[in-house]
Design a protein around this ligand. Structure first.
Ligand code: KG4
Ligand code: ZN
Length: 356
């Protein structure tokens, strides 16, 4: 008896990732090449640089995965690849590579929506039935959606500006936390979480964003500007040069983390109530899945636990390596689509990526 086997390929942003996953959720092989170090030096992702790095690494990453999984390409049931959303130049590398492989091996092709893959990852680990609610919070993502089935999503809310991880990264950069001896190797969000433990979250009075908006959307750029102003004021008071670490940095970190947690929890609470009142989710045993890099923040997770406890929901969170971009979630999304019989293409003639 042969299980279905899918090769998944992800190049939507700054990770070149691939994996082979079987129908039962076994990961036969996985590999990832992160470009983070290069992009840190330029203070952000330069799309053409990301494209070049994907090109340099994709062949090796896919080969590594195939040999690690001891699967011959002919045994694959299909190839699944992220086709949206993401950086066009980065997506193009994965798509071109996959289409070549598909032609060569004569395999079905499964185009993957990156957000759908993040949302379905939990089903590789837990027996989670549809429908469930998903909250995706990372450096590039911020959305709340009701997942009614494979490729059946109801978008309930999204950020109107930047994602929470992006905001935390900007605040950390503004606070020069990279120069703080305890935080120099941490991502912005992690540095904020670490420093916040030494601060008083109520030292600065900050209102959570969008308190009068009766929907499930998010906003983080207003909060970022409020924090910026506080930092500027404090730098003046302490007579600091831009770039030196404030003595009240821990209070700033605690305040921004607390306000982020309040905002995320409040919007999520609203979404749960909306779905429960309309019987889109069970009023007594609904599931909330939280994923993305920011989901690893324990303070934010505590705030979400308060919300799920108050609404009889179960809170589930994939382990960190599956919360961030990876090839496993793409391969698993391929398995889900194969099983559901949706979006499996046997002819890729219409799909061609034209590099700019
Ligand atoms: O999912 P991810 O690795 O990549 C994408 O952005 O798609 O998420 C990275 C983001 C960064 O903005 C980082 O600062 C944030 O997640 N992050 C955290 C924590 N760890 C990572 N934010 C808050 N608390 C953390 N512990
Ligand atoms: Zn992602």
């Amino acid at each position: 008896f042969l299980h279905k086997l899918v090769l998944g390929i992800e190049t939507s942003c700054d990770d070149t990732a691939a994996a082979v996953v079987d129908e039962t959720g076994n990961v036969l092989g996985e590999a990832i090449h992160s470009q983070t170090e290069v992009h840190l030096k330029t203070g952000g992702i330069v799309p053409a640089v990301a494209q070049q790095l994907h090109r340099e690494n994709i062949q090796r990453i896919v080969q590594e995965v195939l040999s690690a999984s001891k699967v011959s390409p002919s045994e694959l049931s299909a190839i699944a690849t992220t086709v949206k959303p993401g950086l066009a130049l980065s997506l193009g590398v994965g798509l071109s590579f996959s289409l070549q492989l598909v032609d060569q091996l004569k395999k079905p092709f499964i185009p993957i929506h990156h957000m759908e893959a993040h949302a379905l990852t939990i089903r590789l680990l837990n027996k989670v039935e549809f429908p469930f609610l998903v909250l995706l919070i990372s450096g590039g993502h911020c959305l709340l959606a009701l997942v009614r089935g494979v490729s059946d999503f109801l978008l309930l809310g999204k950020s109107l500006d930047i994602a929470p991880g992006d905001m935390l990264d900007k605040v950390a950069r503004r606070l020069s936390l990279i120069k703080h001896p305890e935080c120099s190797t941490m991502s912005g969000g992690k540095a904020i979480e670490h420093l916040a433990k030494q601060g008083n979250k109520l030292h600065f009075a900050i209102k959570p964003p969008m308190q009068r908006a009766k929907n499930c959307d998010f906003s983080f750029s207003g909060l970022q500007h409020v924090i910026d102003k506080i930092i500027m004021q404090k730098e003046k008071e302490e007579g600091l040069q831009r770039g030196q670490v404030l003595s009240s940095a821990a209070h700033v970190a605690a305040a921004v983390q607390h306000t982020t947690a309040c905002h995320v929890a409040e919007r999520t609470h609203r979404a749960i109530l909306f779905c429960q009142q309309r019987r889109l989710l069970s009023p007594s045993n609904a599931v909330l899945v939280v994923s993305g890099g920011v989901a690893s923040n324990l303070y934010i997770r505590k705030a979400l636990e308060i919300v799920t406890n108050a609404t009889q929901c179960t809170l589930l969170c994939p382990p960190p390596r599956l919360c961030t971009d990876n090839g496993i979630m793409i391969a698993w999304n391929g398995i889900e689509r194969l099983r559901a019989g949706v979006g499996v293409l046997h002819n890729t003639e219409g799909i061609r990526y034209e590099p700019k």
